[in-house]
Design a protein around this ligand. Structure first.
Ligand SMILES: NC(=O)c1ccc[n+]([C@@H]2O[C@H](COP(=O)([O-])OP(=O)(O)OC[C@H]3O[C@@H](n4cnc5c(N)ncnc54)[C@H](OP(=O)(O)O)[C@@H]3O)[C@@H](O)[C@H]2O)c1
Length: 382
């Protein structure tokens, strides 16, 4: 399933609250930051909030700038992004402004919640039932595959942000810190207690916007087992980009590899034919940069733009074997090895047979193939 890019967006007080406990919505951003948020909305295919925010804030979630709406229309997009909410219970007020403003709306719910909602919401609102329990991966899969959403902006509230971040489904976090305190123990926080992906997120931008500071973070911690996290996509993309740095060859693929510890620390990276070695493979070169006794290897993930090789003529040990022998138990790759040099190579199966979790993200296949187009039959180059 093709998940959209998921951007979590919120404003918080200096003491980390999303709101106070009063009946009115607390305005944390200033005019400049509201305008920035408007721009982010205009650049999104859909905006999602939890049912709690619909009930508490009664938001419209519009693109307010006429100029930005006109630019969307000129680009062939709907005037407003799709509005999306999620509710287990189906307890949503049909009079809420959410339903009566902007463009198309979709609500995801459980079978029971959807039953409760059907016929109660205004005409044209789509109600999607996702089984007895709702899973975020199903919501994102439906948004990507069925609704064609490529970029999803999530505007709260705390429960929704917490779940998406904890489940490794957030590609980016945009946090605006406002210069005021809430100071109420019962006020909602952006993130609740519980287990989050380990390690440090990466700060990619800090910007002053009026009197707030915007911070943009991306996740770094790889997923676990065969579940792909947002950070896995980021690291695999880095591996695919490394492949483009390989010295050209007519007799071997150009491949990039990155090895990442469970806490998101990059351990090593390499590409094929690195350092003047005409036959070295990317995974082999990256592993060679590490002490084989490094205790982080056992929980590390190897990202390789191409499936690790199962057989090779140039050296005795193929990369799948090197990975297994290094004690690595998780591999993420973009592209299955074609028969160009070795018929029916199946490095992924070799890895899986030894208990390695292999995750294939085919959405990066074209990027992995790009520096190898000259080696592929025209029909498979894409
Ligand atoms: N400062 C900001 O930028 C900002 C932005 C947005 C919101 N907020 C604040 O955040 C507060 C609301 O946050 P909140 O945590 O109470 O609510 P929320 O995250 O907006 O929504 C929680 C609700 O979403 C539904 N939900 C949660 N997980 C679900 C799942 N896995 N599947 C299906 N439905 C699911 C449930 O609805 P049901 O109960 O219907 O089952 C749940 O009660 C408000 O005070 C608001 O002002 C602040």
């Amino acid at each position: 399933m093709a998940h959209p890019y998921v951007l979590l967006s919120a404003a918080v007080s200096l003491d980390g609250f999303l709101d106070d406990t009063g009946p009115e919505r607390l305005l944390l951003s200033g005019p400049e930051d509201f305008d920035r948020v408007d721009e982010v909305r205009a650049g999104s295919d859909a905006i999602l909030v939890g049912a709690g925010t619909v009930r508490t804030d009664n938001p419209r979630l519009l693109v307010n700038s006429a100029r930005r709406r006109a630019a969307r229309v000129a680009a062939g997009l709907p005037e407003y992004p799709l509005k999306v909410t999620v509710s287990v219970s189906g307890d949503l007020d049909p009079e809420a402004l959410f339903w009566h403003t902007g463009g198309a709306k979709t609500v995801y719910s459980t079978d029971k919640g959807a039953e409760r909602l059907r016929g109660r919401l205004p005409a044209g609102v789509e109600v999607v039932a996702l089984g007895p329990d709702m899973q975020w991966r199903d919501v994102l899969g439906h948004l990507g595959d069925v609704k064609g959403v490529r970029r999803l902006m999530v505007e709260g509230g705390g429960q929704v942000h917490t779940q998406l971040l904890r489940q490794g489904l957030a590609d980016e976090l945009q946090l605006a810190v406002a210069p005021l305190f809430v100071g109420e123990a019962g006020a909602p926080r952006m993130f609740g207690p519980g287990a989050y992906p380990p390690g440090r997120m990466r700060l990619v931008e800090a910007r002053v916007v009026g009197d707030v500071v915007l911070m943009r973070y991306v996740p770094t911690a790889p997923g676990t087992g065969r579940l792909a996290f947002a950070a896995d996509r980021r690291w695999l993309e880095a591996a695919c980009e490394l492949a483009a740095q390989c010295p050209p060859s007519r007799t071997a693929f150009s491949v990039g590899a990155v090895i990442v510890a469970a806490d998101g620390t990059e351990l090593a990276r390499a590409h094929s034919r690195e350092g003047g070695d005409a036959v070295v493979h990317a995974e082999e070169a990256a592993l060679a940069k590490l002490d084989p006794a490094d205790p982080r290897l056992a929980a590390a993930t190897v990202y390789s733009s191409l499936e690790p090789c199962a057989r090779r003529a140039s050296r005795p040990a193929p990369c799948a074997r090197l990975i297994i022998d290094a004690g690595v138990r998780r591999v993420v790759t973009a592209w299955r090895e074609p028969d160009t040099f070795v018929a029916s190579a199946d490095g992924n199966a070799l890895l899986a047979a030894q208990g390695v979790d292999v995750v294939v993200l085919p959405e990066y296949e074209d990027l992995a193939k790009a520096p190898n187009a000259h080696l592929l039959p025209p029909a498979t180059r894409t």
